[in-house]
Design a protein around this ligand. Structure first.
Ligand SMILES: Nc1nc2c(c(=O)[nH]1)N[C@H]1C(S)=C(S)[C@@H](COP(=O)(O)OP(=O)(O)OC[C@H]3O[C@@H](n4cnc5c(=O)[nH]c(N)nc54)[C@H](O)[C@@H]3O)O[C@H]1N2
Ligand SMILES: Nc1nc2c(c(=O)[nH]1)N[C@H]1C(S)=C(S)[C@@H](COP(=O)(O)OP(=O)(O)OC[C@H]3O[C@@H](n4cnc5c(=O)[nH]c(N)nc54)[C@H](O)[C@@H]3O)O[C@H]1N2
Ligand code: SF4
Ligand SMILES: [Mo]
Length: 694
């Protein structure tokens, strides 16, 4: 008899409620759960791929060991022991072990509960992760301004009257650092109550198309726009922090002195948005009604990512919209990272490669290849990659490809023989997505409403398989034993989660949350300042020294920068998920998605027809990709989605290989970074584009 199971989709930050109809182990259908407290029936096409991942014949089911270039199956215990022995020998020399954590870790709460054990086993100093390809600028800004790296100000879209979206495309991404299922409906509701949505993006994105206004912006120039908005607010007498005033430190005054050194006309020219349009945006943001300024990937993965997020925070403060209903607000999740963990470290040690400070325990992923290949004390000899695919997702993937081959030991914990895993000596594959439990540990703090939801595993694990957390815990223990240490006792993740929930300020238990198939609504976001601030004086720090230093650096660049001919940006599509959801027929069907979007004028100047093959090249690399001539991308800008390039030798992704596409990251230089966070610069890269002669 078919049965319907309610659970949460763990594939992205939205955490939609899904209803999965099964008969035995067969999935008959996946539908949105209309009664879910957050998603109200919404799902995106990716949810329907959950069974495709679960049943994918390419998904790895047994631990593998590479012997003379050939993969052999190996028992778990043997794999653990061999890895541990090899690692201990490496650690006894001058080389170190390192770890790269990929994006899916954000969605696997259970492994988080075992991570400390893993770090200890590896003697880890400096983690590499997808965070330095993504949100580290937000986090370090939050530490410096609000006093804790996890104090994310979430757009309270359900009660706002105006939202400025800069460098984010939630209609494709389903929201980021913003758990907001069915964002389309929520944005439409803003418009239905007379509010406005404005998008700033070098591409007329899916979100731009539903917005009231869209402005093109020259890539990597948003800092100028944000400064321009601040100046225009000042000029119009709209700087009104209101009740926040008493929470602002002395830096508020000095920051404004720095802002006023800029010139609105020059800023406008730099970013390509007219002075009158900047004034209009400022007037709307400062109207006194609840408004939001929100920025995401497009303003994070640039040279001034941290500065950009600081300026966004200053705009929301200047208009009185931080900690205000309908503005941007801090969540109060059931399990609260702000209360549970330290505020975050900075500069405890430096990168061996560049001398850059460690940021929140992270080293820049853009330096990973160099850390493997450049000799000297502390060179990486052993690398563990956990749910990550940096060969496709990090800058200059070809160089990393080559670097991984030189490691003394590489271990990949992954469900697929990916472009990265293919370089490993051992692959340890965890169980399928429907065989594990889910709790939105990292996502609930980012949600538009405080909520909790727990999904138990839908299926029992297949014989011989293990969950991610088990692999991490057991491997760590084997390493500790090989070192001659006694491993710590193993506490299962569920038990740890129960403890975390019991320690929370809410009067709830895991069992009662589990019993609520539609999730538990913990109410709308509410005002929490100044209590929630974690700065030593409980004030908002408005002029952190390092950020103000970077503002000065931006000023110097503003006067000297010259524009390049064509610059490359990335994009996301609602049917893909970074580099790893291309092995589902259901998601892959439809037109070719890995195309070079190019404006008609730029195409014409190069004799490029729609659908023709082009070469895109620069000093880093060269790819051949089909042109999609479209006015949706601004003149001077071309766009290739990231996560493609599934034609590397030795991978096992038979569906993805049919439409391999090319990797945008083969064109991205690993050297430029956000000076403050070490975040990679993934957009705004100069390229040459030419037609391929038939
Ligand atoms: N040019 C450019 N590059 C980008 C971006 C961009 O916008 N432009 N975006 C960046 C961003 S925001 C991010 S987050 C990164 C992502 O970068 P990564 O995290 O390095 O890459 P993913 O593509 O998410 O790869 C995830 C891997 O985890 C595996 N996996 C999936 N589920 C599980 C699981 O349950 N357990 C285990 N063990 N493995 C699993 C998949 O098979 C895949 O190999 O990419 C970044 N790269
Ligand atoms: N379907 C799908 N959903 C996803 C993912 C996915 O791969 N596919 N990935 C998930 C992950 S890991 C993340 S981090 C989020 C990201 O979520 P978002 O940030 O919402 O997604 P992006 O599509 O990267 O949006 C970045 C936008 O910035 C624009 N942009 C590029 N350069 C600039 C610039 O210089 N200035 C401005 N103003 N804009 C610029 C791009 O054109 C793009 O529209 O999405 C998540 N959700
Ligand atoms: S938006 Fe799509 S991928 Fe994200 S949680 Fe919802 S159904 Fe899953
Ligand atoms: Mo991301």
């Amino acid at each position: 008899m078919p049965e319907i199971h309610a659970r949460t989709c763990h594939l992205c930050e939205a955490n939609c409620g899904v209803l999965i109809e099964v008969e035995g182990r067969e999935v008959l259908s996946v539908k949105g759960n209309p009664n879910h407290v957050l998603s109200e029936g919404y799902i995106c096409p990716k949810a329907t791929a959950l069974p495709d991942i679960q049943n994918d014949p390419d998904r790895l089911k047994t631990p593998l060991k590479k012997v003379d270039g050939q993969w052999q199956e190996i028992e778990w215990e043997t794999a653990y022991r061999e890895i541990a022995d090899r690692l201990v020998k490496i650690l006894a020399g001058s080389k170190r072990a390192s770890l790269y954590l990929g994006n899916p870790n954000t969605h696997i709460y259970s492994t988080t509960t075992q991570m400390r054990r893993f770090y200890k086993a590896l003697n880890l100093r400096g983690l590499y992760s997808a965070s330095t390809l993504d949100q580290l600028p937000h986090m370090i800004m939050q530490k410096w301004v609000y006093g804790h790296n996890a104090l994310y100000a979430v757009p309270d879209v359900d009660r706002t009257q105006y939202m400025l979206i800069v460098g984010g495309n939630p209609l494709a991404s389903n929201g980021s650092l913003w758990t907001v299922p069915n964002v389309r409906k929520r944005l439409k509701r803003v418009q239905a109550r007379g509010g406005k949505i404005v998008v700033i993006d070098p591409r007329r994105t899916e979100t731009a198309k539903v917005a009231d206004t869209h402005y093109f912006i020259k890539p990597s120039t948003d800092t100028a726009l944000f400064l321009g908005i601040l100046l225009a607010l000042d000029e119009a007498g709209l700087v009104k922090p209101g009740r926040l005033t008493s929470m602002l430190d002395a830096g508020w005054k000095s920051a404004w002195e720095d802002f006023r050194h800029f010139n609105l006309e020059q800023l406008s020219e730099f970013c390509g948005i007219s002075v009158s349009n900047i004034r209009q945006i400022a007037n709307d943001l400062g109207s006194g009604e609840p408004t939001i300024c929100y920025g995401r990937m497009g303003v994070s993965v640039t040279e001034f990512g941290t500065l950009n997020h600081y300026l966004i925070a200053m705009i929301n403060i200047a208009t009185g919209n931080l900690d205000r209903e309908g503005g941007v607000m801090f969540g109060l999740p059931l399990v609260d990272p702000v209360e549970r963990s330290g505020t975050g470290s900075y500069n405890r040690y430096q990168s061996r490669i560049s001398g850059r400070p460690e940021v929140l325990g992270e080293l820049p992923t853009a330096e990973l290849a160099a850390d493997i290949t450049i000799g000297g004390e502390g060179q990486i000899g052993a690398l563990f990659v956990f749910a990550g695919n940096p060969v496709l997702s990090g800058p200059d993937g070809r160089t990393l490809d080559a670097a991984l081959e030189t490691l003394d030991l590489m271990v990949s914990i992954d469900i697929y023989m990916s472009e990265t895993a293919v370089h490993a000596d051992y692959i340890l594959p965890p169980c399928g997505p429907l065989e594990k439990d889910h709790y939105p540990l990292f996502l609930a703090p980012l949600a538009v409403r405080n909520f909790a939801a727990y999904s138990p595993p839908l299926f029992e694990m297949e014989a011989g398989m293990k969950a991610d957390w088990q692999i991490v815990a057991e491997l760590s223990n084997a390493i500790q034993m090989a070192k001659g240490d006694t491993p710590d006792a193993l506490v299962p993740p569920r038990k740890i989660l129960e403890g975390m929930i019991e320690a929370s300020t809410y009067d709830l238990k895991l069992e009662s949350i589990e019993a609520e198939e539609n999730g538990v609504d913990l109410g709308p976001l509410f005002s929490q300042l100044p209590d929630r601030l974690k700065t030593h004086d409980q004030k908002i720090h408005c002029a952190p020294e390092l950020i103000m230093g970077d503002l000065a650096r931006f000023k110097t660049g503003l006067d000297t920068r010259d524009a390049s001919d064509l610059v490359l940006i990335g994009r996301r599509h609602v049917r893909s998920n970074n580099s790893w959801l291309h092995n589902s027929n259901r998601l892959l069907k439809g037109p070719e998605r890995c195309t070079l979007m190019i404006h008609p004028n730029d195409a014409k100047a190069r004799n490029i027809q729609d659908g023709a093959m082009t070469t895109v090249s620069n000093s880093v690399g060269r790819v051949e990709v089909v042109a999609e001539v479209t006015e949706d991308v601004m003149q001077g800008v071309v766009s290739i989605p990231h996560g493609y390039g599934h034609n590397r030798v030795g991978t096992k992704l038979s569906i993805a290989e049919v439409k391999p596409g090319v990797s945008i990251n083969d064109l991205i230089d690993a050297k430029p970074m956000d000076a403050l966070s070490g975040n990679a610069v993934l957009n705004g890269v100069a390229v040459n584009v030419a037609a391929v002669m038939a």
